[in-house]
Design a protein around this ligand. Structure first.
Ligand SMILES: Cc1cc2nc3c(=O)[nH]c(=O)nc-3n(C[C@H](O)[C@H](O)[C@H](O)COP(=O)(O)O)c2cc1C
Length: 170
C-alpha cells in the first residue's frame, strides 16, 4: 500500500477472529520494528512476542482489557533504560529508551496494517503486573502492548484535531 494510504486507513481494532497469525507475517512485523530509528542506534528497547494463552490472559488482566486475550499474539514493548543510559546518562535513561520503544512499536503497528493484520496500541495497564506476567527484568519499563490478529470489526475513522489547532507556526 502507498505509505500515506497506509497511515490514513489504519484503525484501532479491539475484536479479533479465531485465526492464527502466519509466522512469516509476524517476523516481517518484527523486522519492521527493528528498522526503527533509535538514539545512537542503541535500540534501547526489548520486544516480547507472547503467544502462550496463560500469559496473554495475564496481560489482559494487567490491562483490564479482555480483548487482549482474544488476539493470538501480543507484542510487548519495553524500554531498556540502562542500555541508553550507558551512553547518554539521565537523558538516555528517562527519555531516549522510552522514545526508542515507542517508535519501534509504531513501526510494528504500521507493519501489521500493511500485512492485513489488526492491532490496537494498549497503554493503559498496571506496569508491575505486565512485567510480572512476562517475568521481565525489574529495570525494564513496559511501554505498549500490541495485540495482533485478524480483525473481527471494521471501525470507522476517529476524528483528529485540525492542523490549525495542532500546528503552531512561527
Ligand atoms: C499511548 C496510547 C495509549 C493507548 N491506550 C489504549 C488502551 O489502553 N486501550 C485501548 O483500547 N486503546 C488505547 N489506545 C488507542 C487509542 O484509543 C486510539 O489510537 C485512538 O482512539 C485513535 O483511534 P485510531 O487508532 O483508530 O485512529 C492508545 C493509544 C495510544 C497512542
Amino acid at each position: 500500500m502507498n505509505f500515506m494510504d497506509l497511515i490514513h486507513s489504519r484503525r484501532s481494532v479491539r475484536a479479533f477472529v479465531d485465526r492464527q497469525v502466519e509466522p512469516e507475517k509476524l517476523r516481517a512485523v518484527l523486522q519492521a520494528a527493528n528498522q526503527a530509528p533509535s538514539a545512537g542506534n542503541l535500540q534501547a528497547y526489548e520486544i516480547y512476542q507472547v503467544m502462550a494463552p496463560r500469559v496473554r490472559a495475564a496481560l489482559a488482566r494487567a490491562a483490564d482489557q479482555s480483548f487482549i486475550a482474544e488476539a493470538p499474539v501480543t507484542l510487548v514493548f519495553f524500554a531498556n533504560p540502562g542500555r541508553a543510559a550507558r551512553k547518554y546518562g539521565a537523558r538516555g535513561r528517562d527519555l531516549y529508551a522510552l522514545q526508542d520503544a515507542t517508535i519501534a512499536a509504531a513501526y510494528a503497528q504500521l507493519g501489521c496494517h500493511e500485512l492485513g493484520l489488526a492491532t490496537v496500541w494498549v497503554g493503559a495497564f498496571a506496569a508491575a503486573a505486565v512485567s510480572a506476567a512476562i517475568r521481565a527484568p525489574g529495570d525494564w519499563v513496559p511501554v505498549a502492548l500490541l495485540p495482533v490478529g485478524y480483525a473481527d470489526e471494521l471501525p470507522s475513522a476517529s476524528a483528529r484535531r485540525s492542523l490549525d489547532d495542532l500546528v503552531h507556526e512561527l
